[in-house]
Design a protein around this ligand. Structure first.
Ligand code: GRF
Length: 196
């Protein structure tokens, strides 16, 4: 799992994995920065961690190759970006394309990018939400696994709205990753379906 911040999505998955029937093991947690709560959560759970900061590499491609190698070394079936604020590059997608998931705090294709909740609020939509998708080479453009809606309230702030989105986002992530692990999934013409 890849994180850049608070890691509440990671925590939700870690909590779910305590039940063996859930069928998922988090094999490692990677980050692009030190001293974040996401890494502390992994360490408390006894899960191996690694950190690769873009600025420590001569180029973005070098960083991407190192991230890819670290992920590969843990032999994951899926890689999940949850609040990981970096775009994966060519090496990473060559290795993990089709099994690299990202969760986004808006109903894609509306409001892609780093400021989904603020953009939804500014636009004045009445419903926004969260999207789990399979990452492709675009920005938040990949095949959609699941979406959950969240009503926008008249007196919402970005923080209040994002926190309410995160509640459904975590539940969606736990549900879907469990199903993908237990049932498998297919992607045909952008349609993601659970099962073989
Ligand atoms: C999530 O809403 C994610 O979609 C967004 O940042 C938030 C990360 O939350 N990109 P957390 O670190 O899992 O608490």
């Amino acid at each position: 799992m890849l994180v850049s911040g608070a890691g509440t999505n990671l925590q939700a998955l870690l909590d779910a994995t305590r039940d063996p029937a859930y069928g998922v093991e988090v094999v490692a947690v990677g980050a692009d920065r030190d001293s974040i709560e996401g890494l502390a959560r992994a360490e408390r759970a006894g899960i191996p961690t690694f950190v690769h900061r873009v600025r420590d590499f001569p180029s973005r491609e070098d960083w991407d190759r190192e991230l890819t190698a670290s992920c590969r070394s843990h032999r994951p079936d899926l890689v999940i970006s949850a609040g990981f604020m970096k775009l994966a590059g060519e090496s990473f997608l060559a290795e993990f394309g089709g099994r690299y998931l990202n969760t986004h705090p808006a109903l894609l294709p509306a409001f892609p990018g780093m400021t989904g909740p603020a953009d939804a609020l500014d636009y004045g939509v009445k419903v926004t939400g969260a999207t789990l998708f399979v990452v492709d080479a675009g920005v938040d453009t990949g095949p959609i696994v699941a979406q959950r809606a969240v009503p926008v309230e008249d007196d919402d702030t970005v923080e209040l709205l994002h926190e309410r989105i995160k509640v459904v986002e975590r539940a969606m992530l736990v549900d879907c990753v469990g199903r993908m692990a237990r049932e498998g999934f297919t992607i045909t013409d952008r349609k993601v379906r659970f099962g073989q």
